[in-house]
Write a protein that binds this ligand. Sequence first.
Ligand SMILES: [Zn+2]
Length: 230
Amino acid sequence: MTNPADEPRRVLVIGAHPDDNEFGCGGTIAKFTQEGWDISYIICTNGNKGSHDPEMNSYRLSELREVEQRAAAAKLGVKRVVFLRYNDGELEPTLALRAEIALYIRHFKPHAVFSHDPWKHYMLHPDHRAVGFAVIEGIVSARDHLYMPGLSQIGIGVWRPQALYLWSAEQPDHTEDISATLDLKVAALAEHHSQLDEVDGWADRVRQRAREAGQPAGYAAGEVFRRMTV
Ligand SMILES: [Zn+2]
């Protein structure tokens, strides 16, 4: 992306659960931070249902997953992580969630936003769909001044990102070269111990998918997105 204003590029990555941002665009984020970009994360749910361990409870899990998420973000050079702490599995694309996301977009003023593609068929997890729709709709509320008119009166003006990048897209039209940062993506994912320590071969599968995603564009490894102009 070009940067006409010659200011640091800002990116906002919005995921449903701790670990979604790393799976979706971890290699791209690592590349951007190495180039001096300013990256913020929003994690919408506390991930407090993501365990098969009968000894685990929801309270301990949500605390653990924030620690893991901060460690993963630090590996990628992400500046800040905002936790919205909705309960895992119960997210809906409400007007309230839309407004909340719009407020963060107006605050952080990202040039690019990354999130879930909510239109992916046969996607099981309801939170992924809910976040994707709330982000798309929230961008409109962030961009147009007649949404949330009171905010302008207290100095929180509109903000229009240049583009929205959706991961897990069925018809991606944009590939980022992550050949140099695939190792960092895997290292960041490995911080999500509660999710991946018991999963055999996950790192190999992440590497394989990155190779397949990069191949059509001629990259050793890639992440693919559907790019929407805002
Ligand atoms: Zn998820």
